[in-house]
Design a protein around this ligand. Structure first.
Ligand SMILES: *[C@@H]1O[C@H](CO)[C@@H](O)[C@H](O)[C@H]1NC(C)=O
Ligand SMILES: *[C@@H]1O[C@H](CO)[C@@H](O)[C@H](O)[C@H]1NC(C)=O
Length: 276
C-alpha cells in the first residue's frame, strides 16, 4: 500500500515536471484585427512531443517539432487562423475572431514524448468586442419650444460590437420606449460593427416653463457594461417672454389713448376759433 502511494506520488512529480508557465489570451478581441495568443511552457528534463491550441473543442494549431512542416494550422468555422510561431519554450498563434460578439475558450496543450504522452493544459476566455469611440449624438433638439408643441428627437450611437442599447431620459426620468420607437440598427460595417438609433417623441405640456434636459445613453452590454451619453437643454417659451408681449400691447393702447386726447384737444381748439 505504502509502495503504491509512493509510486503515485512519484508519477505526479514527473507529470508536474513539464508545465505551462504562462498563457496569454486577451480578455477582449477587436473583430477588425487579429489577436495574438501565446503559450509559454517549461519542459525540465522531458522531451516535447507537441503543442496544440484549441478554440472550444476544435484544434486550430499544432506544433510537432519532429514533423515536416512542424506547424499546421486548422481553420475552424467562424475563425481564421492567420499564422503561428514556436520558440523552444513558447508557441504563439494569430487568430482573426469572427465578426460576432462571442466568448470562446482558448486552450493550450503540451504533450511529452511517448510512450507516456503526458499532457498539461490551460484555458482562458476571449470575448469579441468593439468599443464605441464617440458619444452618441442627438438630432432634432430645438433650442426653444412653445408649450403644447411636439418634437421628435433622434439619438444615434457610434458603431460598436455588440451594438449599443439606447435609453432616453427627460430630467433624469427614464422614458419607456413606445412599441414603434425601439432601438434600430444600422447595416453592419467591416468586423460586424453597427450603429443604433432610437427616436423619442416629446409633448411639451401646455402650462410649462423653464427648460427640459434630455439625455440619451448608449449602453454596450458587456461585463461590466460600457456607457456613453449626451444631453441637450431645450428651453420653453417662458412667462416673462409672454408677459412682455402683453405689456407691449398695453403700451400701444396707451399711445392710442394719447392720440385720441390730442385729436379731442385739437378739435376743441378749432371749435373755439370758429366760435370767436
Ligand atoms: C483559412 O481560411 C482562409 C480563408 O477562409 C484562408 O485564406 C487561409 O489560407 C486558411 N488557412 C488555412 C491554414 O487553411
Ligand atoms: C435617426 O438617425 C439615423 C442616423 O443617425 C437615421 O439613419 C434614421 O433614419 C433616423 N431616424 C429617424 C426616424 O429620423
Amino acid at each position: 500500500m505504502k509502495m503504491k502511494i509512493l509510486t503515485l506520488f512519484m508519477l505526479c512529480a514527473i507529470a508536474s515536471a513539464h508545465k505551462i508557465t504562462q498563457l496569454k489570451v486577451p480578455l477582449y478581441a477587436d473583430p477588425r484585427r487579429a489577436a495574438e495568443l501565446s503559450c509559454h511552457f517549461q519542459m525540465d528534463d522531458q522531451k516535447l512531443h507537441s503543442v496544440k491550441w484549441y478554440r472550444d473543442m476544435h484544434e486550430i494549431f499544432r506544433y510537432n517539432p519532429s514533423q515536416k512542416p512542424p506547424i499546421r494550422l486548422f481553420n475552424v468555422t467562424g475563425i481564421m487562423v492567420q499564422g503561428g510561431e514556436c520558440q523552444v519554450d513558447s508557441c504563439m498563434v494569430r487568430v482573426m475572431p469572427p465578426p460576432v460578439a462571442t466568448r470562446a475558450a482558448y486552450s493550450c496543450e503540451i504533450s511529452t514524448e511517448g510512450p507516456k504522452f503526458q499532457i498539461a493544459r490551460q484555458t482562458k476566455h476571449m470575448t469579441v468586442v468593439a468599443m464605441p469611440d464617440k458619444d452618441p449624438t442627438i438630432i432634432g433638439a430645438p433650442k426653444l419650444v412653445k408649450p403644447g408643441e411636439q418634437i421628435l428627437l433622434n439619438c444615434t450611437s457610434d458603431y460598436s460590437l455588440p451594438p449599443s442599447d439606447i435609453n432616453w431620459y427627460i430630467d433624469n426620468d427614464i422614458q419607456k420606449p413606445e412599441p414603434w420607437h425601439r432601438t434600430e440598427l444600422s447595416a453592419p460595417q467591416p468586423g460586424g460593427l453597427r450603429a443604433s438609433w432610437r427616436v423619442l417623441r416629446v409633448s411639451v405640456p401646455p402650462a410649462e416653463s423653464g427648460a427640459l434636459r434630455v439625455r440619451c445613453e448608449a449602453i454596450l452590454m458587456v461585463e461590466p457594461p460600457v456607457v456613453r451619453d449626451t444631453s441637450a437643454i431645450i428651453t420653453l417659451y417662458s412667462r416673462t417672454q409672454l408677459s412682455k408681449y402683453v405689456s407691449n400691447r398695453g403700451n400701444n393702447m396707451e399711445n392710442s389713448v394719447n392720440v385720441l386726447a390730442c385729436v379731442v384737444l385739437w378739435t376743441l381748439k378749432e371749435l373755439s376759433k370758429v366760435s370767436l
